[in-house]
Structures are given as structure tokens and as C-alpha cells.
Design a protein around this ligand. Sequence first.
Ligand code: UGA
Ligand code: MN
Length: 314
Amino acid sequence: MKSIFYSRFFILLPWVLIVIIVMDIDTKRSSVRSTAGSYLARLGDAQRRGEKPAHAAPSAANRTVLPPPPPPPLIYAVTPTYSRAVQKAELTRLANTFRQVPRFHWVVVEDAGARTELVARFLARCGVPYTHLNALTPRRFKRTGMPRATEQRNAALGWLRTHRDTREPGVVFFADDDNTYSLELFEEMRSTRGVSVWPVGLVGGRRYERPVVENGKVVGWYTGWRADRPFAIDMAGFAVNLQVILANPRALFKRRGAKPGMQESDFLKQITKLEELEPKARNCTQVLVWHTRTEKVNLGNEPKRHQDSVMIEV
Ligand code: UGA
Ligand code: MN
């Protein structure tokens, strides 16, 4: 019995040793590869920055593996929305776009005293990462001629300031629920370091409005309406780095003295200067977002009495 055991043992032993040696060689090779890889990556970085490499050859002691690069910034799209016949249709159109944008967070702020079932149910099933907030516009501000969505955008800024910190890379964009957004727009804005700007289609009584760019800098505005505004731009025409929002905790949309069409300018004045703006979309020569407006629906034939026998959410 013992002799069978020993004979099997000695037959297997050389094979086990061969496997161990092969595995050992392999791990050594991969550690050399990762050291060389990280060295080359750093060398590339240094050359891009125009520096000389710190040392010419990787030393045996240098086995540091650099951490992976940080993830691209998360885009926070802030959407004020209010209850009306077309609300769910608008949100559906937006979700169909936003679902396709990587690293995206939708901050939906209802203009309501409480979050509604309709929006809560919609968001839970829409396939876009989201935060659902609400802020009611006081009745005295719900009049024609008054700026819209001030309280809702400020609620979103408040949420960002309490739930996000200075280590998180992010870009904040104000995405009204009735506009039309291309996917390219989000990749353009993702590299925003301070405040970035681009053209907006179908706005200001023109086919488009745009920042005028000379030598890579914004020098003025091509606009159909009040070109004397410090920042003659629609809400859909700019994005702000999250760190700028956090570094300027008092920057808010204003009610006091605010006129419609001045909200963007009044807000941007608090956080940036014309010469600091970063032009996107090929130096502001491409329209990637449209200020579409949904026609008021005709509900003239809705029955006053004899409603349908089932309740259907629209
Ligand atoms: C223009 C700008 O594009 C808006 O960003 C700006 O807020 C608005 O003017 C203004 O006058 O303050 P416009 O198409 O006229 O836009 O405005 P809406 O699209 O009707 O409203 C802007 C956003 O506020 C939408 O997301 C809408 O759902 C929301 N909203 C509107 C509310 O939350 N409550 C309201 O009572 C009305
Ligand atoms: Mn609109």
C-alpha cells in the first residue's frame, strides 16, 4: 500500500514542480510589464508637458503601478418641470436622449408643493440615474412676464451643494423639459473647466443665437434680443463645472428685480467673466441644442361629464 503511494507521489512530483516554475516565470513577466507600462505612461505624460523624464531607465526597485486615471466628470442635468397635459411626453422625450449619455445624473425638480406620483413613477422606470426634488413657485411669481423655474433651479443648486463635495468631478447643465438635445452636446460640455458656452438653435427670434469667438475667446454675442446683456445667452447655451458651483455657494438665480430673459445673465455674472468663457461646439459654430417649445395642446373636446370608464395616465 505504502509503496503504491510513494510510486504515485514520485511520478506526480516533477509535474507539480514544472507547473510551479511556469507560474512563477509568468508572474515575474507581468510585473515587469506593468512596471514598464506605468513608466511609459508617465514618460508620455512628461513629454506632453514638455518635461524631461526624471530617470532614463526603470530601476528594479521601481514597481509602482499608477492608479487608473480618474473617471470622466459626471454630467448633472437640472430639469425644472411642472404638471400639464404634455408633461409626461416631454419627460419621455428627454429620457430617451439622456438614457444614452454615459456618466449622467438627472436632477428633476418639480414645480409643486410635493413630488407627484406621475413623475415619481416615471423616473423610477426611465432608466436614467436621477434625483427627484420639488420646489413650489409662489403664486405671485406665476404670471406672464415673470422669469420661470427660479426656485426649482435654486433647489437643484442647494442639493448639489449639500450632496456633492470638492473631490467629485462634475459638470452642471440646465436642461429645460421642452428643449431638444443632441448626444454630441453632452460630450462637448463634459470637458468644461469653468463655464463653457455654445450656440442654441431656434431662440431669440432667430434661427440660432451664438457667442462670437475670436482667437479662441468669446468677444460678444450674435443674438436677436438685447445684445447688451452681459451674457446674452439662453439657459440651454452654457454649462458650469461642479467645483465652480461649490466654490460660489451664494451664486443663485434671482427673483428680486429679475426680468425674463435676464436670469442667465444675472446668474453667470456671479460666477464668471466674459473672457473666461470656454467656447465649445467648434468655436461656437455648431448647433447641438434647440430651444423648441411645445404647442399648447387642444383639449377642447374633453368631455365635461361622461368621462371614460377607465382612468388613464397621459
Ligand atoms: C426661456 C428660457 O429658455 C428658460 O430657461 C427660462 O427659464 C424662461 O425663458 C424664462 O422666461 O424664465 P421658455 O421656453 O420661455 O424659456 O420657458 P419654459 O420652457 O416654459 O420654462 C422653462 C422651464 O421651467 C421648463 O423646464 C418648464 O417646465 C419649467 N417651468 C415653467 C416650471 O417649472 N414652472 C412653470 O410654471 C413654468
Ligand atoms: Mn422652453
